[in-house]
Design a protein around this ligand. Structure first.
Ligand SMILES: [Fe+2]
Length: 142
């Protein structure tokens, strides 16, 4: 079995969790920037769903079985959100941080998939997108 599969599975779990947190924040954000942040979060979720599918189907293409069950997602390394209302400024800073952390985490796995360039290519593309999404949040903090 490909050594890339556990790497891709861990990425899948984090992408799934971040997608759930994106919706959680989309529903609970409050403050003067409500509307742009509310809309930006749905754009992010749409992008995350696309990456989830790309990673999961790469796992299947390698002969593995992607696991996106709720119980499995609890193993995600992405920092959780508190329940209840979320201040817009905290959502902006919090998602900039989460996106940057996930980008760093995935970048740290490039070497683990260096013998599987198609998987590495998938991860590189996701990291570039995460960095762009982090910038879109970070730019609002200037
Ligand atoms: Fe919505």
């Amino acid at each position: 079995m490909s050594q890339s599969i556990p790497v891709l599975q861990a990425v899948l779990v984090d992408l799934l969790n971040l997608g759930l947190l994106g919706k959680q924040a989309h529903w609970n954000v409050q403050g003067p920037a409500f509307r742009p942040v509310h809309l930006q979060l749905d754009e992010l979720v749409e992008q995350l769903i696309s990456w989830q599918d790309e990673v999961a189907e790469r796992i299947t293409a390698l002969g593995g079985h992607p696991d996106g069950r709720a119980a499995t997602i609890t193993g995600s390394q992405v920092v959780d959100l508190a329940a209840g209302p979320l201040r817009d400024s905290a959502v902006i800073a919090g998602f900039a941080d989460r996106l940057t952390a996930l980008s760093s985490s995935i970048s740290g796995q490039f070497g683990a998939v260096e013998d599987d360039l198609p998987s590495q290519d998938v991860l590189i593309g996701i990291v570039a997108g995460l960095d762009k999404a982090a910038w879109f949040f970070r730019a609002q903090l200037a």
